[in-house]
Design a protein around this ligand. Structure first.
Ligand code: URA
Length: 455
């Protein structure tokens, strides 16, 4: 483990923050010294939130250059500990998603890839806005601990090859502070700031290779494919510059992934996949991402071999066994995995039915994610508690035929007023038309670089 000595960084006192704000406001490029002073000064509490907020807003509006993005990522990465996992001989691989609705792939990928012989040190996040978070899903398994110390993290990794925890105070503390500030100052939606935030945390994990799942569509932060591609390119470049093998997949988030949205419902769907069942789109994306993790981790020599390996690991029960091992090591209750009816369950359910005959032409995926937050499955404010039992089960997805009064979705809820608002959002999010939408709906829209990182 290496810690950076703060005394080697330029002090905020040598730079006037107001000049940095003005410089970015006017569209000029900041130097390495200036960016480092800003990040180190803010992390140490020497620069107030209001000045950093102003700088962040200037950065969102003016953008950052490639060089500024690289320096910002590096400064955020070096604001804390960079894990050294060189004591472990397998290659270390992780996957990160930019956030979606019903996206529970991490819970499948960690055990599949660890069962395939690679090390998966996964540091994940909580739900953000309308999107779900891996830590909230894991915590719906009774007893499961996500707040491990770094030495406990190593112990679990050593014992079973994968471990899933939350960001600790030691890992990229600058991002923790900046992220909380961005969340409340409308400065999240900048590809440069998102790149620095994600890559600083991921590079601090001590990994060799990273698969990025960059979501695009109505349920993603990047609604337009070209914006997702821009972000993917930035993150790819940043990772490669730091000597990591990186590949980014641009994947569809025009509708929720799988059929279940909400923390314990999603764990139940993960178990279906680990049992070799589950919805085809979720299964396909899990196999695709696992194959890329095997490929960038050097465990296989082709994507096809990676998919075969992942499939075989699931079908043989090794992935489920690995998941049980990890859950037990992180104090989770195995009986809830063996009997998913023991996972937290909401008191009530209600079916939302189609108002007419037709086909599902589109789903407003962000509204669907918001409906889950409204039910209590996500947070309005950072300090809000999440209800693990609530959520939505979809019966119809894009392209499906539907008759009048046929169920589109079932909500699982504990509070009538919350359920009323969620019903309205779900009704509004389904667009029923006279004809099925035409054209292919590829789950993986593009891979960056187009060579898949083989060059
Ligand atoms: N996820 C992150 O970790 N950071 C961002 O800025 C956006 C999504």
């Amino acid at each position: 483990m290496t810690t950076n000595d703060p005394s080697t960084h330029p002090s905020a006192s040598t730079v006037r923050v107001v000049d940095l704000i003005r410089k970015k406001r006017d569209g000029n490029e900041l130097s390495r010294t200036e960016i480092e002073a800003l990040i180190q000064g803010y992390t140490r509490g020497e620069i107030p939130d209001y000045q950093v907020s102003a700088w962040l807003m200037a950065a969102v509006i003016r953008g950052l250059t490639r060089s500024e993005t690289a320096v910002l990522t590096d400064a955020m990465l070096r604001s804390g500990v960079v894990l050294d996992l060189s004591e472990f001989s397998p290659r270390k691989v992780d996957k990160h998603s930019t956030g979606g609705v019903g996206d529970k792939t991490s819970l499948v990928l960690a055990p599949v890839v660890a069962a395939g012989g690679l090390l998966v040190p996964m540091i994940s996040g909580r739900g953000l806005g309308h999107t779900g978070g891996t830590l909230d899903k894991l915590e719906s398994i009774p007893g499961f601990h996500v707040n491990l110390t770094l030495s406990e993290f190593r112990r679990v990794l050593r014992a079973c090859g994968c471990c899933m925890i939350g960001q600790t105070a030691e890992i990229a503390p600058a991002d923790r502070k900046l992220y909380a500030l961005r969340d409340v100052t409308a400065t999240v939606e900048s590809p440069y700031l998102i790149c620095a935030s994600i890559m600083s945390k991921k590079l601090a994990e001590g990994i060799d290779a990273l698969v990025l799942d960059v979501k695009t569509g109505s349920g993603a932060f990047m609604k337009k494919e070209e914006d997702a591609v821009f972000l993917a390119d930035l993150m790819f470049e940043t990772g490669e510059r730091m000597g990591k093998k990186v590949v980014a997949l641009i994947t569809d988030m025009d509708q929720p992934l799988g059929l279940k949205i909400g923390n314990s419902l999603e764990v139940a769907e993960v178990l279906e996949i680990l049992h070799g069942e589950g919805p085809p789109d979720l299964r396909e994306l899990c196999l695709e991402l696992a194959a890329w993790m095997f490929l960038v981790g050097g465990a296989v020599s082709s994507l096809a071999e990676g998919k075969r390996t992942a499939l075989q690991i699931i079908d043989s029960g090794r992935a489920l066994a690995k998941f049980r091992e990890m859950v037990q090591l992180q104090s989770g209750d195995l009986s809830a995995l063996d009997h998913p009816t023991q996972l937290p369950r909401a008191k009530h359910t209600h079916q939302i039915v189609s108002p007419e005959n037709g086909y599902v032409a589109a789903i407003d995926c962000e509204a669907m994610g918001t409906a889950c937050v409204v039910l209590g499955g996500g947070r309005d404010k950072k300090e809000d508690a999440v209800d693990p039992s609530v959520g939505i089960v979809l019966h119809k997805k894009i392209g499906d035929p539907v008759s009048a009064r046929e169920p589109l979705a079932t909500i699982h809820y504990n509070s009538e007023p919350r359920a009323e608002r969620a019903k309205q959002l779900i009704h509004e999010s389904y667009h029923i038309a006279g004809a099925a939408p035409t054209g292919p709906r590829p789950l993986v829209r593009r891979v960056i670089p187009s060579s898949g990182g083989k060059n």
